[in-house]
Design a protein around this ligand. Structure first.
Ligand code: AMP
Ligand code: TRP
Length: 336
């Protein structure tokens, strides 16, 4: 057995992946895959908590698996799999649901923004999967004796709930779960939309001009960056309070180049926004071009090379997490 710490994370196959997903999730997975024993799954059970259609779901699942590899996850080291192939995620989720209150779930910011704003306070038409989603996420994490979870800032509250549930269950029935820690990213924990920097860059944003997709073509990327909203100071400073937009672009720059933000600010001290944006556009185009080329190649080989590994990994995961559900069932009295 390796004594590496365990890291678990997943991304929903609910649309094409964004630069936010790359910087807030995929890139750190890649950077850390040597240091940790890493389980990275395609969160398909989470994706069906939103509106979805069958053909798109299947296509997005394949795309995410290929993008994981194209971004640099080493399929021989990192355990990549489809969440729905490992049944224990649902088994544990049910047990955890029975130990969570409605109040806890209704407090979740993501639930409030996704569900309640659309329907005022009338909850009758909200799909319950949207409400119970964080419990499934807790099960994803607790099944694997996870030490560390990489998530963007938007998911921290869910991780806090996971920790609370683990402590609650351990206190009530005796130790069964490891308490996971969040992994805090230096930059890029919350990449914002390029048109409206008050909202995060997300697959579901209405105005697509503010969202860079990993599979966007070169011209689209350049256009999105060159037309990104900025202020009228025309001074490149990292000041999230007064210059939110340029600070967001600086974070993207720093995160993509692994450079320190202060050094970048120094480099562009007397330069204007246009020049800075041109440089940034080049950096993004160059990075995504490499990913897209690999993606194309990997996609062609998906059925032969990737899919069998996903299946094998799911079998491996099924075997290890079964031990955990067995222990939980025993501790709470479902089995002797
Ligand atoms: P999702 O697309 O909601 O399944 O998110 C998958 C992962 O990407 C999660 O860890 C998110 O926190 C992360 N993520 C998504 N959007 C962003 C963003 N704009 N900035 C940083 N991380 C993000
Ligand atoms: N909820 C996460 C998101 O929307 C995806 C996710 C599901 C996840 N299960 C997870 C992330 C477990 C980390 C660990 O971004």
């Amino acid at each position: 057995m390796s004594n590496k710490k365990i890291m678990v994370s997943g991304i929903q196959p609910s649309n094409n992946l964004t630069l936010g997903n790359y910087l807030g999730a995929l890139k750190p997975f890649v950077d850390l895959q040597k240091k940790y024993k890493m389980f990275v799954f395609i969160a398909d059970l989470h994706a069906i908590t939103n509106e979805f259609n069958r053909a798109m779901l299947l296509k997005n699942k394949k795309n995410i698996a290929c993008l994981y590899c194209a971004c640099g996850l080493d399929i021989k080291k990192t355990i990549i799999f489809n969440q729905s192939d490992v049944c224990s995620h649902n088994d544990l989720s049910h047990v955890l649901l029975c130990h969570t209150t409605l109040g806890e779930l209704k407090r979740m910011t993501q639930f409030k923004t996704k569900a309640l704003t659309k329907n005022d306070n009338n909850t009758s038409f909200i799909r319950t999967g949207l409400l119970t989603y964080p419990i499934l996420m807790a099960a994803d994490i607790l099944l694997y004796d996870t030490d560390v979870v990489i998530v963007g800032a938007d998911q921290k509250q869910h991780l806090e709930l996971t920790r609370n549930l683990a402590i609650r269950m351990n206190n009530k029935y005796g130790k069964m779960f490891n308490i996971p820690q969040p992994f805090i990213l230096k930059n890029a924990s919350r990449i914002m939309d390029l048109v409206d920097a008050k909202i995060k860059m997300s697959k579901s944003n209405k105005n697509q001009n503010g969202v860079i997709y990993l599979l966007d073509d070169k011209q689209t990327i350049i256009k999105k960056i060159m037309t990104a909203k900025t202020d009228s100071f025309n001074k490149i400073r990292y000041d999230k309070k007064n210059q939110l937009e340029i600070s967001n672009l600086l974070e993207i720059y720093a995160s993509l180049t692994d450079k320190n933000i202060n050094d970048i600010v120094k480099k562009y001290r007397n330069k204007n926004y246009k020049l800075f944006k041109e440089d940034l556009a080049n950096i993004v185009v160059e990075k995504l071009d490499i990913i897209q080329k690999k993606f194309k190649k990997i996609s062609k080989d998906f059925d032969k090379k990737i899919e069998p590994i996903l299946k094998k990994n799911a079998e491996y995961c099924t075997a290890i997490v079964k031990r955990k559900t067995k222990l939980v069932y025993k501790k709470i009295g479902l089995t002797k």
